[in-house]
Ligand binder design. Structure first.
Ligand code: IMP
Length: 195
């Protein structure tokens, strides 16, 4: 099966390609399209943004499309950055900018109050337009400084509960065993009755 994964984030694409490799699915990303449509992620929920991307890309390409929208909710910040995770430090914020802003905001917050969770919502639409939805969550806490060189986004400052390594210090295979994205994808595959 040929699948378009609605992302231009190389880290996300690498994770999902690895997850789907055992099924033999051919996974393309947005950078593989000649003229990807411009999609503004302005919905108020993760599901709204994931669905918006999936619908627009199926319409534009006729391919089976998988879209995810993910964010980090920090307890001490009342759930922020949440749906604004990508642009937390500003319109053109880099991962390093977002991590620095978050660490700054939590500078005086003690270890016990640094709980946080990634939430991932996924929408799959097959070429006939049939839609499946699933979500996944990963809980942990925000460290006081970044650790590790792998992964992307908030991975270097996120320590999953029960782990000694940050998401950046884990290999892709290790992150894929526990991640919010893997749990969401498992839900989609189960809805599609794919084993
Ligand atoms: P989006 O789902 O691509 O819109 O991502 C929203 C924000 O969350 C971006 O800043 C991403 O870098 C970050 N993000 C998404 N997934 C992950 C992850 O698995 N680990 C760390 N950061 C992530």
């Amino acid at each position: 099966m040929k699948l378009l994964f609605a992302t231009s984030n190389a880290g996300k694409l690498a994770e999902v390609r690895k997850m789907l490799a055992p099924l033999g699915w051919d996974v393309m990303g947005l950078k593989d399209l000649e003229n990807p449509p411009e999609i503004v992620e302005d919905a108020e929920t993760f599901l709204g943004n994931a669905r918006k991307k999936a619908l627009a890309l199926r319409e534009a390409t006729g391919l089976a499309v998988l879209a995810d929208d993910t964010g980090l909710s920090v307890e001490a910040l009342g759930g922020r950055p949440g749906v604004r995770s990508a642009r937390y430090a500003g319109e053109n914020a880099t991962d390093a900018d977002n991590n620095a802003k978050l660490l700054g905001e939590l500078a005086t917050v003690s270890d016990e109050k640094r709980g946080a969770a990634f939430e991932c919502w996924m929408v799959f639409i097959d070429p006939s337009g049939k839609e499946s939805v699933a979500s996944g969550k990963l809980s942990g806490r925000i460290l006081k400084e970044p650790r590790g060189a792998g992964g992307f986004g908030y991975d270097p400052i996120f320590l999953p509960y029960g782990e000694e390594k940050t998401l950046s210090e884990l290999s892709i295979e290790e992150k894929n065993l526990i991640s919010h994205r893997k749990k969401a994808l498992a839900g989609i595959l189960s809805a599609l009755s794919v084993k």
